[in-house]
Design a protein around this ligand. Structure first.
Ligand SMILES: NC(=O)c1ccc[n+]([C@@H]2O[C@H](COP(=O)([O-])OP(=O)(O)OC[C@H]3O[C@@H](n4cnc5c(N)ncnc54)[C@H](O)[C@@H]3O)[C@@H](O)[C@H]2O)c1
Length: 331
């Protein structure tokens, strides 16, 4: 199978690249290295069936050339992370809306199947017990740049769905809920790498708001095989499928567990949202997935616990920056 992964130098994309190379695909990664890195691809770099192209999904001709002759595209390239979205709203909107349209057109022309990476952010402030795929979206004002990521990904889904309905493009969509694991960077506001890094360095763990907001983290190693099965399952065409973790945990509890598991001497500092992200920032109090569609269609059953995730992220950080952190209990 000839596979293209946009955003393959990123956190999830680099794990997907390794997984598909092992499965026997030839994989071409297109990435502009804005948040991804070649370091993420070092396990794949020397593989005979691996090709890397530095370029943007906004470059229509480059995308056409990469996608032509391929069987399928995993479209993961996006402007991701609260800091990036809030600080660069225009660039993020262009990448996340126009870039997806460019990829859709290239797939249509090449006759390639498409897997689109969407997000649980599209549910916005809906705090339902279990968010199913047809749940209502409750978003703040589009003038608040925090919501532009959710708005753009919602448009991406609508675009992809319309290409399926009107042109017959073979499209499947995954809505990822807080996917975490080694290689995720804390630079743009991701909570797990930030807390683990702070705990390992003995710095205060910064928790936004009152810390009572909850999330369900899923491990990248549980999510990647499910993404691939969804791409390969004809019954998912034209659908969006949730992929989330099982364990609901508050951010304050996540910080406490991180400190305990890593035998850190750090304390927890609460930082008001306004201070972290600017005036008027809004967050959602909880976000809990209903994974039953993924269970039915591709037998998705995440198993990695939050504690295991914390330990694996810490171990990976220690192996890449051993001098900067305190090893604590996980040597
Ligand atoms: N990690 C999560 O919790 C999560 C949750 C929901 C959805 N997602 C989605 O999964 C995908 C991957 O996210 P990630 O967490 O790996 O983030 P990431 O930032 O590590 O990966 C995004 C990749 O896209 C690349 N990129 C950005 N703009 C580009 C452009 N114009 N052209 C080419 N490449 C470009 C970046 O360099 C990076 O390698 C994204 O589409 C994201 O929206 C992730």
């Amino acid at each position: 199978m000839k596979t293209v992964i946009t955003g393959g130098a990123g956190f999830i994309g680099s794990h997907l690249t390794e997984y598909l190379l092992k499965a026997g695909d030839s994989v071409t990664v297109l990435d502009d290295l804005s948040t991804g890195s070649l370091e993420n691809l070092k396990e794949s770099w020397d593989h005979a069936a691996f090709t890397f192209l530095e370029g943007s999904i906004l470059d229509r001709e480059a995308v056409r050339q990469v996608v032509s002759g391929s069987d399928r595209v995993f479209h993961l390239a996006a402007a991701v992370g609260v800091h990036l979205i809030v600080d660069h709203p225009l660039e993020s909107l262009r990448t996340n809306i126009h870039g997806t349209e460019v990829v859709l057109d290239a797939c249509l022309e090449a006759g390639a199947d498409l897997l689109l990476a969407s997000t649980s952010e599209i549910y916005g402030k809906n705090t339902s017990d279990r968010l199913s795929e047809d749940a209502d979206r409750i978003l703040g004002s589009p003038l608040k740049s925090r919501w532009t990521y959710a708005a753009a990904k919602g448009i991406d889904e609508a675009f992809a769905h319309a290409y399926w309905r009107e042109y017959g493009l073979q499209v499947s969509i995954v809505r990822l809920f807080n996917t975490v694991g080694p290689r995720q960077t804390g630079r743009y506001g991701m909570v797990v790498p930030n807390l683990v890094g702070q705990a390992l360095r003995g710095e205060p763990l910064t928790v936004h708001g009152d810390g009572q907001q909850t999330r369900c983290f899923s491990y990248v190693g549980d999510v990647i095989p499910a993404i691939v099965r969804i791409a390969e399952e004809p019954a998912t065409r034209g659908l969006a499928v949730n992929l989330g973790g099982l364990q609901e945990i508050s951010i304050i509890e996540l910080a406490e567990r991180t400190i305990k598991l890593l035998s850190s001497t750090s304390e927890i500092t609460l930082v008001p949202y306004d201070q972290a992200y600017g005036t008027g920032y809004e967050d959602m109090r909880r976000r809990v997935p209903d994974n039953s569609l993924a269970g039915r269609l591709v037998h998705f059953k995440p198993t990695t616990t939050v504690d295991t995730i914390i330990l694996r992220v810490a171990k990976a950080m220690l192996s890449t920056a051993p001098g900067e952190v305190h090893a604590g209990a996980i040597r």
